[in-house]
Design a protein around this ligand. Structure first.
Ligand code: NAI
Length: 343
C-alpha cells in the first residue's frame, strides 16, 4: 500500500492486476495531487474469488483481463464499491447492464496514447514482414544465413485498416507514409484520411484487395470473430493479418487452420482470445496447457506479443492521471466525461 498523508485505514482505490510499471505510474501521478488518494495495489486479477479483497473500497480499478462480470460486480457492490475505474480504453469485459442495476458507475480511459498502440502495430507488421524475430535469434546464435528471411517492400502494397478511430487513423497515416495504398473500413469515415487518398471500402472489398489487414476496431457483438473462416477465404492468399485490437476479433482456430494450409501468409498478434489465463505473468517455467496458443507459437510466420501495445511511459502516465481524475470527479459527485454505460 502506498503511503500518503491521509490518516485512514480505508483505501480509496483498490487496483487489481497491478504490475510494477502500474504502481510506478500511479504513485507518481498520485503524489502530484494536492490531496493524494490512498491506493492499494493487488497483483492478483479481479475474479469472483478475489473480489472480496476490495471490501471497504469505494473505488476499484481494473484492467483488460479482469473479470468485471455480474457476479463480480455484485460482490463488489455488496461490500460498498460504487465505482469501477477501468484503466484502459476497451470495456468489453465489463457487464455494463449489471453495473447499472447494481448502482456501480463505470469509467474508463478513452484515449491515453493512440500513438503507442499504432506504433506497436507498425512495429509488429514490419518485424513480421522482415522476419526480425527470426533474424535476431539467428545472429545471436552465430547463424548469419539469410535463407528464409525474404520479406516484401511495404511501398506499393495495399493495407486495410479495419476501424479508423483514434488508433486506426494513426496506423493508416503511418502506412500512408510508408507509401502503401491504404483502404479503410469504418461506419464513420475520417475526413483527413480521405484527403490523404485513403478510400473507405466494404469489408469484403478490403479483404479482396489487401496484402495486409490490421484490426483496430473494438470488440463488440458485431465484431466478435470478424476474422472467421469465411473472412480468411475472402482474403488474398498470402496476406498478413495483424491484430492489436482484442483477441476475440479473430477466430483463432480458423486462423490456425488457414496458417496450416498455407493460405494465410503471416500473423501478428498483440491480443489473443484466451489471453486472460496467460498474459501479463511470467509462465516461463510452466507447461502451457492451451494447445491452440502453443501451436501458434510453432509457426515461423507468427509473431506474438503479450498485450503490450499500450506499454509506453507516456501511455502509463496518461492512464494513471486520467484514472485518478476520473475517480476524484465521480466520487466528488461531479460530471465525468469518461463514464460508460449500457447505452
Ligand atoms: P475508437 O473508439 O477511437 O475507434 C474505434 C473505431 O472502430 C471507431 O471509429 C468505430 O467506428 C470503428 N468500428 C466499430 N465497429 C466497427 C466495425 N464493425 N468495422 C469497422 N470499424 C468499426 O477506439 P481506439 O482508441 O482507436 O481503440 C480501438 C481498440 O483498440 C479498442 O477498442 C481496444 O480494443 C484496442 N486497444 C488495444 C490496446 C492494446 O494494448 N493492444 C490498447 C488500447 C486499445
Amino acid at each position: 500500500m502506498s503511503s500518503t498523508s491521509r490518516n485512514t485505514s480505508v483505501h480509496d482505490i483498490v487496483l487489481f492486476s497491478a504490475k510494477p510499471y502500474d504502481r510506478a505510474a500511479f504513485d507518481e501521478a498520485n503524489q502530484a495531487l494536492d490531496a493524494p488518494l490512498v491506493l492499494e495495489y493487488l497483483d492478483t486479477r479481479l475474479t469472483e474469488q478475489t473480489a472480496p479483497l476490495a471490501a471497504g473500497a469505494t473505488s476499484v480499478c481494473a484492467f483488460v483481463n479482469d473479470d468485471v462480470s455480474e457476479a463480480v460486480l455484485r460482490t463488489l457492490a455488496e461490500a460498498g464499491t460504487r465505482l469501477v475505474a477501468m484503466r484502459c480504453a476497451g470495456y468489453n469485459n465489463v457487464d455494463l447492464d449489471a453495473a447499472g442495476r447494481l448502482g456501480v458507475t463505470v469509467v474508463r480511459v478513452p484515449s491515453y496514447s493512440p500513438n503507442a498502440v499504432a506504433e506497436h502495430t507498425l512495429a509488429l507488421m514490419l518485424a513480421l514482414n522482415r522476419k526480425i524475430h527470426r533474424a535476431h535469434n539467428r545472429v545471436r546464435d552465430g547463424n548469419f544465413s539469410l535463407d528464409g528471411l525474404v520479406g516484401f517492400d511495404m511501398a506499393g502494397k495495399t493495407a486495410a485498416v479495419i476501424g479508423t478511430g483514434k488508433i486506426g487513423v494513426i496506423v493508416a497515416r503511418l502506412l500512408w507514409h510508408l507509401r502503401c495504398e491504404v483502404v479503410a473500413v469504418d461506419p464513420f469515415e475520417d475526413d483527413h484520411l480521405r484527403e490523404l487518398g485513403v478510400s473507405y471500402v466494404s469489408l469484403d472489398e478490403a479483404f479482396q484487395r489487401a496484402d495486409i489487414v490490421t484490426l483496430n476496431c473494438p470488440l463488440t457483438a458485431d465484431t466478435h470473430h470478424l476474422i472467421d473462416e469465411a473472412a480468411l477465404e475472402a482474403m488474398k492468399p498470402g496476406a498478413m493479418l495483424v491484430n492489436t485490437g482484442r483477441g476475440a476479433l479473430v477466430d483463432t482456430n480458423a486462423v490456425l487452420a488457414s496458417l496450416k494450409s498455407g493460405r494465410l501468409g503471416s500473423l501478428a498478434l498483440d491480443v489473443y482470445e484466451e489471453e486472460g489465463d496467460l498474459f501479463f505473468e511470467d509462465r516461463s517455467d510452466e507447461i502451457i496447457d492451451d494447445d491452440v496458443f502453443a501451436r501458434l507459437l510453432t509457426f515461423p510466420n507468427v509473431l506474438i506479443t503479450a498485450h503490450q501495445a499500450f506499454l509506453t511511459r507516456e501511455a502509463l502516465t496518461a492512464i494513471a492521471e486520467t484514472t485518478l481524475g476520473n475517480v476524484r470527479t465521480v466520487t466528488a459527485g461531479g460530471t465525468c466525461d469518461n463514464v460508460v454505460d449500457a447505452n
